[in-house]
Ligand binder design. Structure first.
Ligand SMILES: [Zn+2]
Length: 187
């Protein structure tokens, strides 16, 4: 199982991280670059304007945390099916490059904003990232395409936890599998 957080709100650091540390839960944090830079169009969640974003310094620090892996969540958090080819480079490659520059680490994981994607977009994502999450709401198994990892959404209330807890294999196993395969290929 792998826990993922989207959007890089400051309350990830102040509210979630202390609990994750107590329970030693590894997480993947998906970051929309423009939101960190304070670009208003990149505000990821309508109705959450009162919540601040993590800063570049926060990200730098979090990326060295043993429980945290940083992934990309585009630049502007738009529906990427509707952007021009030039803008798409910013959303995919530039977002990855900027995160790598900030953190000094390779960024290989991508999360589609609002889980919106199509075949054309996916082929660009495949060229840029090693893994991507889509919506889906199901669990993953060893046959899951790493560019189509499913996620089970957890919101208020615990009923959403049930399918997650029942699932034998979730994202973490798929990622671990990929790392094992990659290590074998490199040897
Ligand atoms: Zn998001």
């Amino acid at each position: 199982m792998c826990v993922t957080f989207d959007d890089a709100y400051d309350n990830f650091r102040t509210r979630a991280l202390p609990l994750l540390e107590v329970h030693q839960v590894p997480v993947l944090l998906y970051v929309p670059v423009g939101f960190i830079l304070g670009e208003p169009a990149a505000d990821p969640l309508a109705g959450a304007e009162h919540l601040g974003a993590l800063t570049v310094d926060d990200l730098r620090e979090l990326s060295s945390h043993p429980l945290i892996r940083i992934g990309a969540h585009s630049w502007t958090h738009r529906d990427l099916r509707r952007v021009s080819a030039t803008d798409l480079s910013r959303e995919l490659e530039d977002a990855r490059d900027q995160l790598e520059q900030w953190t000094g680490k390779e960024v290989e994981d991508f999360c589609y904003p609002r889980a919106l994607w199509d075949a054309a977009l996916e082929s660009r994502v495949r060229d840029t990232y090693a893994t991507a999450t889509i919506g889906g709401g199901r669990s993953n198994d060893s046959t899951t395409d790493l560019l189509r990892l499913q996620r089970v959404s957890i919101r208020r209330g615990t009923e959403h936890l049930a399918p997650l807890l029942r699932s034998p294999l979730c994202i973490e196993e798929a990622l671990a599998d990929w790392f094992r395969r990659r290590r074998r290929t490199a040897q």
